[in-house]
Design a protein around this ligand. Structure first.
Ligand SMILES: NC(=O)c1ccc[n+]([C@@H]2O[C@H](COP(=O)([O-])OP(=O)(O)OC[C@H]3O[C@@H](n4cnc5c(N)ncnc54)[C@H](O)[C@@H]3O)[C@@H](O)[C@H]2O)c1
Length: 276
C-alpha cells in the first residue's frame, strides 16, 4: 500500500476484536476500524448478518474483517472466538466488549432473581470472560480494552433495574482491571452511550406502549435534538484505541449532553405551587 495513504490510517495493521459486531454500535465500530486500516475480528450470534457485513466491509477496505459465529453467553464460544482471532491475525491489540442487551421495561415486582442472574451473565460475565481470555494476548502488544457501558449506569433509569445494575458493575470492573493491568501496559476504558440509534433502540421503542413518544423522548434527551449514530460510536472507540494513549480507567460519555441540565423528574402525583 502507498506509504502516504497508510500514514493517514489511524489503526493500520493493528488487530481489534469487536463483540456483537454485526449490528448497531458494534457494526459502526467494525466499519470505522477497517476504514482506518485495522484487521478486525467480530462476533455475533446471527451468521447471516455477520457474513453480509464481512463481505460488504471487505470490499471497502483498506483494512479487513473476519466474522466469527459466537454466543457471548457461552464460555467455550468466547475462548474459541479469541483463538480464531489469533489464528487469523496473529495478535490482538484491542478488545471491544460491546455485546449486551437491554430488556423491555420492567419493575422489581416482576423481576425474578433468575432474571437478574441471567442479565448479569449476558452483560457483565461475558465482558469479564472476554477480558480474561484476551489478556495474555493484549499484554504482549500492550493493547487496550474498551468496555461498552451506558450513561444510565451513572444516571439510573426507570423500569430498568437489572440493566442499570449490569452497566454499573461494568464500570466498577473496568476501573479495577485498569489498576491491575497497568503494570502490563494494558489500558482499560469504558464508553457510555446515551441514545444511539440502533436495532436495539428500535426494538425497545416498538415494544413500548407508545413507540412514537418513546422515540421522540429519546431524541429530545440530547442537547442537539438527535440520536447519536453507530459511526460516531465507532469513532470514539477508535480515538480511545489509537490516540488516547494517556487514558486508562476513564469513562467516555457518548451522550450528546443528555446528562446536562435539570429535567422534569418528579413522580409525585400531587404537588403544591411554591408561590401559593
Ligand atoms: N443503543 C444505545 O442507545 C445504547 C445506549 C447505552 C448502551 N448501549 C450498549 O451498547 C452495546 C450495543 O448496543 P446496540 O444498541 O448496538 O445493540 P444491538 O442489539 O443493536 O446490537 C447488538 C449486537 O450484539 C449481538 N449480540 C446480541 N446478543 C448476542 C449474543 N448472545 N452473542 C453474541 N452476539 C450477540 C447482535 O447480533 C448485534 O450484533 C450494548 O452493550 C448496549 O447495552 C447502547
Amino acid at each position: 500500500m502507498d506509504v502516504n495513504l497508510t500514514c493517514n490510517l489511524r489503526y493500520h495493521n493493528k488487530v481489534a476484536l469487536v463483540t456483537g459486531g454485526s449490528k448497531g454500535i458494534g457494526e459502526g465500530t467494525v466499519r470505522v476500524f477497517v476504514r482506518n486500516g485495522a484487521k478486525v475480528a467480530f462476533c455475533a450470534r446471527g451468521e447471516e448478518a455477520g457474513k453480509k457485513l464481512e463481505s460488504e466491509v471487505n470490499q471497502l477496505g483498506p483494512g479487513e474483517c473476519f466474522f466469527i459465529k459466537c454466543d457471548v453467553q457461552k464460555e467455550d464460544d468466547i475462548k474459541r472466538t479469541i483463538q480464531s482471532t489469533i489464528d487469523k491475525f496473529g495478535q490482538l491489540d484491542c478488545l471491544i466488549n460491546n455485546a449486551g442487551w437491554h430488556p423491555p421495561e420492567q419493575v422489581i415486582d416482576d423481576i425474578s432473581v433468575d432474571d437478574l442472574k441471567s442479565l448479569l451473565n449476558f452483560n457483565l460475565i461475558n465482558y469479564f470472560a472476554f477480558a480474561k481470555y484476551s489478556l495474555p494476548h493484549l499484554r504482549k502488544t500492550k493493547g487496550n480494552i474498551i468496555n461498552m457501558s451506558s450513561l444510565v449506569a451513572k444516571l439510573g433509569q426507570s423500569h430498568a433495574i437489572p440493566y442499570v445494575c449490569t452497566k454499573g458493575a461494568i464500570d466498577a470492573f473496568s476501573r479495577a482491571l485498569a489498576i491491575d493491568e497497568a503494570k502490563h501496559g494494558v489500558r482499560v476504558n469504558t464508553v457510555s452511550p446515551g441514545n444511539i440509534w440502533t436495532p436495539l433502540w428500535d426494538s425497545l421503542a416498538r415494544q413500548s406502549s407508545n413507540p412514537e413518544a418513546m422515540v421522540e423522548g429519546g431524541r429530545d434527551a440530547q442537547l442537539n435534538g438527535r440520536f447519536g449514530s453507530i459511526e460516531e460510536s465507532g469513532q470514539v472507540c477508535l480515538f480511545l484505541a489509537a490516540e488516547a494513549t494517556f487514558t486508562t480507567g476513564i469513562d467516555f460519555l457518548l451522550s450528546g449532553g443528555a446528562e446536562l441540565n435539570y429535567g422534569r423528574k418528579s413522580q409525585m402525583v400531587e404537588r403544591t405551587n411554591i408561590y401559593d
